[in-house]
Write a protein that binds this ligand. Sequence first.
Ligand SMILES: C[S@@+](CC[C@H](N)C(=O)[O-])C[C@H]1O[C@@H](n2cnc3c(N)ncnc32)[C@H](O)[C@@H]1O
Length: 237
Amino acid sequence: MPNWINYWSKNPRLFGIVMEQSTGYFAQSLLQQKILKPGLRILDFGCGPGYLTKHLTDTCTAYIGLDISENYIETCREFFSNEPNYQFFRIYPEPNKCSGLAKAALAAGSFDLIIIHSVIQYFSSKEIVFDLLLASKKLLSPHGKIILADVVTQDKGLYKDALAVLRHSIRNGYFWSFLHFMYQAKVSGYNETRKKQPLLSVREEEIKDICNQLTLQCSLLPRCTLQVSRNSYVIGF
Ligand SMILES: C[S@@+](CC[C@H](N)C(=O)[O-])C[C@H]1O[C@@H](n2cnc3c(N)ncnc32)[C@H](O)[C@@H]1O
């Protein structure tokens, strides 16, 4: 039965320019909001093919990217092979159970910024979001922050989001890539997987409730992703 773990493990080249543009927009927003600044030790959970990583070369002193896709991790390792402070690891989440982060061998308190961008909608349950934030909390330095971004809040918002990306593609000259992306969504099994395992929506109150349970502070970030119906949060001690 199709699920997101299988999907992302097998279709790593999907979305190309559209994903690169969306991630670039997000990185620019973080720079403008001074969340990305020099000297940070960054953990990028669900790093994909390294689109965000490319925007971090002036800002971080150490970077670890984690993803479930072996091909994405290989792509990142090749592309950043000249960056000794950048490391990439494949992780193995347990479907319905665990995000995989708790099992990654990372030192407690060693990250100033943990970025989770456009990932949790592919989890099978909200318990795994809890598990991810719990594991992230342990890895965070005392003044560190978690940026939980591009969280799907309601399934109905997806059409508005597609429209926002379409507009951006027209203004920024990648309309044909947008069409290709829509085509890929159809033929790669993305749409079929979505039918079998709908994207996980998590409302603002639910994210804040999880943070409360974990004694973490959480606030909404001003919109920092292209997708208009999604939320992003800054979370810390
Ligand atoms: C839409 S892409 C976003 C990639 C990247 N965060 C970016 O901003 O460019 C979603 C990514 O999440 C990864 N992913 C999906 N489920 C995951 C999981 N359970 N654990 C870790 N990564 C996951 C996918 O392999 C893919 O790289």
